[in-house]
Design a protein around this ligand. Structure first.
Ligand SMILES: Cc1cc2nc3c(=O)[nH]c(=O)nc-3n(C[C@H](O)[C@H](O)[C@H](O)COP(=O)(O)OP(=O)(O)OC[C@H]3O[C@@H](n4cnc5c(N)ncnc54)[C@H](O)[C@@H]3O)c2cc1C
Length: 337
């Protein structure tokens, strides 16, 4: 019998996990089942900047988080250095973060291509900087899921993967398999009854402003301007406990006003998209396995969800570990050779 691994979810976490399973078990049948793909996922709307903030997604230990993040950064760097960077949506960006309160230096400073704390004199020389007491400059990567998800999917299909477009309404609907990996993001709350999950809604808008070449982050990421390959993302809100996607124009106008104060030239930038996403928060990323009795069968599940505000940054690192966990005890078959 052919070994079969099912991946639930086609966001950045599910696709990354699926590809890692394929690379460890090239002869296994790997099937992705998801209700939504590409532009309909939460991952698609993420700004995708590699600026992980552990206050927003705590992890079991900072050592664990560092490992996941380093593995992700190394993977994104590998793509950026290849000729596939632009198609995969991985670009290198540099810019500033300004704060009025002194905070601990961020975990990504050791991964970035460059990181420096701005002196008072440097802050005074920057038009926005002089309004703030503290500032950092850094040079990092941005992974735009608008391009990255289709690139991952192309790779998955090329490796012989199968895709089913379906909403899973109960665990009994998961097909026969050796193991299923749960990468449902926010959907885990309902399907697996995980009430530790809580929503944090976020608004962003995208504008056409090809003249913007550097990013600006205010405070702890409360507002930002991120130039991507095709457009510039302006953000953001963090509405803890907000389950609904509320497209109130006032919220978007407020974001624009704040960003115009940073870069007045943005006033002339035409809008491309308004978007609200629900960050799949949890007190910790859940990466562990369990066996569940479903009707007459025992289902082995590996969980990989709850990436909160940093799902793109953590995606490849957690996918590597989830895939390794998933393939343990899966029989290697030669039937697809
Ligand atoms: C405004 C905003 C900005 C962000 N910016 C960044 C950033 O700059 N950097 C960063 O790292 N992260 C960022 N994030 C966070 C990031 O978007 C998420 O952490 C990430 O997208 C989670 O990915 P995921 O694959 O777990 O979930 P999703 O992308 O939501 O994918 C879940 C998948 O599961 C499927 N699914 C769910 N339930 C079911 C079901 N019952 N049956 C079948 N399929 C189902 C969905 O259809 C989908 O395919 C941002 C988020 C927001 C809201």
């Amino acid at each position: 019998m052919e070994s079969h691994v099912v991946i639930l979810g086609a966001g950045v976490v599910g696709l990354s996990t699926a590809i890692n399973v394929q690379s460890i078990l090239p002869n296994a049948r790997v099937t992705i089942i998801a209700e939504k793909f590409d532009q309909e996922t939460t991952s698609d709307g993420a700004a995708g900047i590699f600026r992980p903030n552990l206050e927003l997604t705590p992890s079991k230990s900072s050592q664990q988080a560092r490992k996941w993040l380093q593995n992700s950064f190394d993977w994104f760097d590998h793509i950026w250095q290849s000729d596939e960077g632009p198609e995969a949506g991985v670009i290198r960006v540099s810019g500033y973060q300004f704060m009025n309160e002194e905070v601990a230096l961020p975990i990504h400073r050791h991964m970035d291509y460059g990181f420096s704390v701005l002196s008072n004199e440097e802050l005074q020389r920057l038009p926005v900087g002089k309004r703030y007491k503290y500032g950092w400059w850094y040079d990092t990567l941005m992974v735009e899921c608008r391009r990255y998800l289709p690139w991952l999917m192309k790779r998955f299909r090329k490796n012989g993967g199968y895709v089913i477009s379906q909403k899973i309404t109960s665990l009994s609907k998961i097909p026969e398999c050796d193991v299923a990996v749960n990468c449902l993001g926010w959907g885990s709350r309902q399907l697996f009854g995980d009430t530790d999950m809580f929503p944090v809604a976020g608004h962003t808008l995208r504008v056409k402003a090809p003249w913007v070449k550097q990013f600006y982050v205010l405070g702890n990421g409360d507002n930002f301007i991120y130039p991507g390959q095709d457009d510039v993302t302006l953000g953001v809100t963090r509405e803890v406990g907000q389950f609904e996607r509320d497209y109130n124009p006032k919220t978007f106008n407020r974001i624009r006003e704040i960003c115009h104060e940073v870069l007045p030239s943005l006033k002339n930038a035409p809008e491309v998209r308004r978007w609200v996403g629900i960050r799949p928060h949890r007190h910790d990323i859940r990466l562990e396995q369990e066996t569940i009795k479903v009707d007459e069968r025992t289902l082995r599940i590996v969980h990989n969800y709850g990436h909160g505000a940093n799902g793109v940054c953590f995606s490849w690192g957690t996918a590597l570990d989830a895939a390794r966990m998933a393939v343990t005890n899966v029989k290697v078959s030669s039937s697809r050779l």
